[in-house]
Design a protein around this ligand. Structure first.
Ligand code: GTP
Ligand code: MG
Length: 198
């Protein structure tokens, strides 16, 4: 195993935040996993850390309901976000989330990169594009994981990857990925470890 895989494999749960006051100090480096509900964010985080049950996953969309912080090494975090587009939460809760997440994304200094997790069968939906534009505006790198690639053949995987890459803003990259088969995991680890400098 490489040095960065070793560091990622030692990632441990740190804290969950439902309000800005609960966020860890904004003085480290952190990479967020963003994406639609049920896209496979928590699964991708686990796969990249080579751990089965670090972030909680579920068949039911809306599993992750807070900003969940995992510490790779001191001051270096991976953050599992609630899915966007999850319909079954109350209006008030959705407004709370939107406000909290908007502020977080606009002001968080530690944020050093965004992993945009998309089901390879439904890439670049509206919120994904918003997230990519936001990253470009803030000058942050974004890396798209076209996940659940085990659901389609190699030909369609390559076609989708090509089509997605053509639509990406500057500084954004993309790859195919699967938490089921671990396809693409080395590439994803290298990106995340590079951003975190671990
Ligand atoms: P929320 O927290 O609800 O927003 O969802 P999430 O984006 O964190 O998704 P999660 O990782 O919980 O995965 C959702 C479902 O997709 C689970 O049933 C996973 O087992 C499944 N899943 C995730 N990644 C893959 C993958 O690469 N391949 C396949 N076949 N299934 C996957
Ligand atoms: Mg989740």
């Amino acid at each position: 195993m490489s040095k960065s895989s070793n560091a990622l494999a030692r990632t441990a749960y740190l804290a969950a935040a439902h309000t800005p006051q609960q966020l860890p100090a904004d003085d480290g480096r952190e990479v967020v996993f963003a994406g639609r509900s049920n896209a496979g964010k928590s699964s991708a985080l686990n796969t990249i850390c080579n751990q089965n049950a670090l972030a909680r996953t579920s068949k039911t969309p809306g599993r992750t309901q807070q900003l969940v912080f995992f510490e790779v090494v001191k001051g270096k975090y991976l953050v599992d976000l609630p899915g966007y587009g999850y319909a079954k939460v109350s209006k008030d809760l959705r407004a709370h989330w939107q406000g909290f997440l908007n502020d977080y994304f606009r002001t968080r200094i530690a944020l050093c990169g965004i992993v945009v997790v998309m089901d390879i069968r439904h890439p670049l939906r509206e919120f994904d594009l918003d997230m990519l534009r936001f990253a470009a505006d803030r000058g942050l790198p974004a890396h798209c994981l076209l996940t659940k690639c085990d659901k389609i053949g190699r030909g369609p995987q390559a076609q989708t990857l090509l089509a997605v890459r053509k639509q990406l803003p500057e500084r954004a990259t993309a790859q195919v990925f699967s938490s089921e088969t671990k396809q693409g995991v080395d590439e994803a680890r290298a990106v995340v470890a590079g951003w975190l400098e671990v």
